[in-house]
Every structure is written in C-alpha cells, then in structure tokens.
Design a protein around this ligand. Structure first.
Ligand code: APR
Ligand code: PHB
Length: 386
C-alpha cells in the first residue's frame, strides 16, 4: 500500500488537509481510529475566523457554511452588572462566523467520500517511522503498512505522531479551572456572544442556530458532571450573566453536557524528517479565544501550500519553513488565549488585589479604542503569512 501523503487522524486538520491536497492533484490516505459517527458528533467549539471561512469557501466546502453559519460583527464583555460591546468589524474590518466544528467535519467527510477520497475509519495508527517513511495501522484486527513520501500527524493531543519527534521541546500551562459546556434546545438569549466575568467565575453564552444555544461555565477542574444537575447549571448561568437592568436568560432542555479541562501547550519543532505535525497534535489553547480550530486550519493551509510547491516544482523550501511559519502564529494565539482566559476567569487562588487588577484591565479594554482593537484583531484573526 502506497500514497503520497499519509494523514494520521481524521479530525478537522486531517480531513481538510486531505481535501486541499486532492484539489492540487496530490494523493493521500486518512487513517482515523474512531468510527464516522463518533467524529461527526463530538462537540467542540464553533467560532471561525474570517481566514478560516475563506479557506473553506475557496476550496469549495463552504456551501452549507454560507447557508447556516451565523456571521457576527461584535461580541459582548459583561462584568459588574453591565455589558460592553467590542465592535469587531468596525475595529478590524473583519467578521467571525459561528458554525460548529462538528458541521465542518460532516461537510469534509461527505466531500472527501464524494471525491473518491481514501478516508479509513476505525483504522488505528500504532507506529510511525518518519525516516522511511511508513505508517503502521490496525484495521479489522490486522496490521497494515502504508508507505508514503510524507506523513502528516493530525492525530490530536493524545495521538502517536508527536512522540515520534525526537528532541521535542514542550511548553505548557495548566489552569485551576475547567469549562462545563452545554447544548440546549432553546433560542439564544443574545444575538452576539457574551463573555461574562463574575466573582463566582466565568460564563460564556454562545449559540449554534436560531433554536439552539451553547453555554459554558467555569467550574473546578475536579468537578464531576453528576454534581451539576440542570437546575444548578441554569441558576449558576443566570447569576453570572445577571445585569443591573434585568437581562433574562431563556432556559430549555439540555441535550449535551461535558467538562473540558483547560490547558496551554506547544510542541516544537512541528517537523521531524518526513513527519509534519498539525493542529492539536502540536498545540492546545484554552477555549476562551476560540483559536483551536482556527489554528488547525491555518497549519494545514500552510502545509498544503508547502506540499503543492514540493510536487509542482520539486522545491522543499516551504516544507523547510513550515514549522517556523506555524509557530509564529501558534505563539500569537497562545498568548491571546492565555490573556483572554486570565482576563475573564476567576482564579480560585487569587486574592482581592488580583481581582481589582483584573477589573481595571476589563475597564481599560472596554473604554480604550486601542485596547479594544488589540482584542478585536486577535479575536477576528491575524492574516495568514507564509
Ligand atoms: N490513529 C488514528 N487516528 C488517531 C489516532 C491514532 N493513533 N490518535 C488520535 N486519532 C484521531 C482522533 O480520533 C481524532 O479524530 O485523530 C483525530 C484528531 O482530531 P482532533 O482532536 O479534532 O484534532 P485536530 O484535527 O487537530 O483539530 C483541532 O479540535 O480539539 C479541537 O479545539 C480543537 O478545534 C480544534 C480542533
Ligand atoms: C463555542 O461556540 O463553542 C465557542 C465560542 C467562542 C469561544 C469558545 C467556544 O470562545
């Protein structure tokens, strides 16, 4: 068995890479350990930078995104009982779009299969050799070997690709909180996202459609989901979103709930020999700035360009620059996500001094055009440079 690019992992990074390569006439095989239903149902974030929607649209997988995605021009920071709008589009000229990661995955899987792509579910990669290069995977109880020119490690944080990079340097930060996320069958109580900072902890009101709300609460990282029955979730959300003018949160049946730990993580370099890491395999951000999916998309966009140059012109220049190009953008997003997380969350170990500083910082962000613009240009996403 042989292909040009062996892609480990069929999340958004692996699927989009395979699609972008196909459009350039480059063959790939995607090996995904889970089944199709699982990858299409996994709930993740859903805020897309304009650069991300551009890549999806320009590569011909933006049809449903254009129909169902909700274009946003601003967001709200809420604290001290009042809301403050950050006018993203006025400040940056760009928009963001709410469209769930699960929907992108469904669109990409459907498109790869319609284009005759080789996407194998329940195919677990067990070994990677970046030198030969080869990938060994288990499918239907048997081991198979896939030979290739290059390997793309798109297998997420718990994958097997990253450990195949020797002399890896890693950088990380754990946070003393996690996010409890819910999906609820209730029309959103807001048109734009609300990021709320409250003494009891952070809360986020996002949405999925005119009828479905997505909400998050800062909780203890050791919290058990069983300790959060519906009434407790709604009452805590109502408390953290409360305003002096009596804003009301609509409630409805909760259809999905989970607790996600928060961490920052970067692995350097993102390449070893013929193996290239992309997406969560190489870096994790806390979800506050909604950068995870956008970074995965920018990584594979750069990687697809680099493979295109290699196969069309025989040059490895872009492949050689891949890791450094990605890491510049990754570290910007790491800083922004860390910054936005610490700006908005309540540190359980923090003292009153820290809380006062945080409040001053929030006041500054919503009252200074310079500070608001800095938030806005990072949130809406910086341009993709090679
Ligand atoms: N063999 C094959 N597939 C594997 C293996 C393996 N050994 N290990 C992991 N995988 C698969 C996982 O099942 C998963 O479907 O790799 C895929 C990785 O997908 P994601 O975790 O979604 O990562 P990525 O594609 O980089 O997307 C990043 O996901 O976590 C979010 O916020 C993050 O939105 C961002 C996005
Ligand atoms: C989401 O809609 O899931 C979402 C939106 C914005 C974030 C994080 C998650 O910052």
């Amino acid at each position: 068995m042989r292909t040009q690019v062996a892609i480990v992992g069929g999340g958004p990074a692996g699927l989009l890479l395979s699609h972008l390569l196909h459009r350039q006439g480059i063959a790939s095989v995607v090996l995904e350990s889970r089944d199709r239903a699982y990858v299409e149902q996994r709930q993740r974030a859903g805020m897309l930078e304009q650069g991300t929607t551009d890549v999806l649209r320009e590569s011909g997988v933006g049809e449903r995104l254009d129909r169902e995605g909700l274009v946003h021009h601003g967001l709200e920071l809420r604290f001290g009982g009042a809301g403050h709008r950050i006018a993203l589009t006025e400040l940056t000229g760009r928009t963001v779009t709410v469209y769930a990661q699960t929907e992108i995955v469904k669109d990409l899987v459907a498109r790869r299969l319609a284009d005759g792509g080789d996407v194998r579910f329940e195919a677990q990669v067990v070994e990677i050799d970046p030198a030969t290069p080869t990938v060994t995977f288990r499918q239907n109880g048997r081991l198979h070997t896939l030979e290739c020119d290059y390997i793309a490690g798109c297998d997420g944080f718990h994958g097997v690709s990253r450990p195949a990079v020797p002399e890896l340097r890693t950088f990380s930060r754990e946070y003393p909180f996690a996010w409890l996320g819910i999906l609820a069958d209730v029309p959103p109580s807001t048109d734009e996202l609300i990021y709320a900072s409250h003494d009891r902890g952070f809360a986020l009101h996002s949405l999925r459609s005119p009828k479905v709300s997505r909400l998050y609460l800062q909780v203890d990282p050791q919290a058990e989901i069983a300790a959060w029955p519906d009434e407790r979730i709604w009452s805590e959300l109502a408390t953290r979103f409360a305003t002096d003018d009596g804003w009301e949160l609509r409630e409805g049946p909760i259809t999905d709930r989970s607790i996600t730990p928060m961490r920052s993580f970067v692995a350097e370099p993102m390449r070893h020999d013929r193996l290239f890491l992309a997406g969560d395999a190489a870096h994790i951000v806390p979800p506050t700035g909604a950068k995870g999916l956008n970074l995965a998309v920018s990584d594979v966009t750069l990687l697809a360009r680099a493979f295109t140059e290699r196969y069309a012109e025989g040059s490895e220049a872009l492949l050689d620059g891949y890791s450094a190009s990605c890491l510049r953008r990754v570290w910007r997003a790491e800083h922004f996500s860390y910054w936005m997380t610490t700006l908005l969350h309540t540190d359980p170990h923090g003292d009153d001094f820290a809380r006062r500083l945080q409040r001053s910082h929030l006041d500054y962000v919503v009252s200074s055009t310079a500070a608001a613009t800095s938030l806005a240009e990072n949130y809406a996403g910086l341009p993709l440079t090679p």
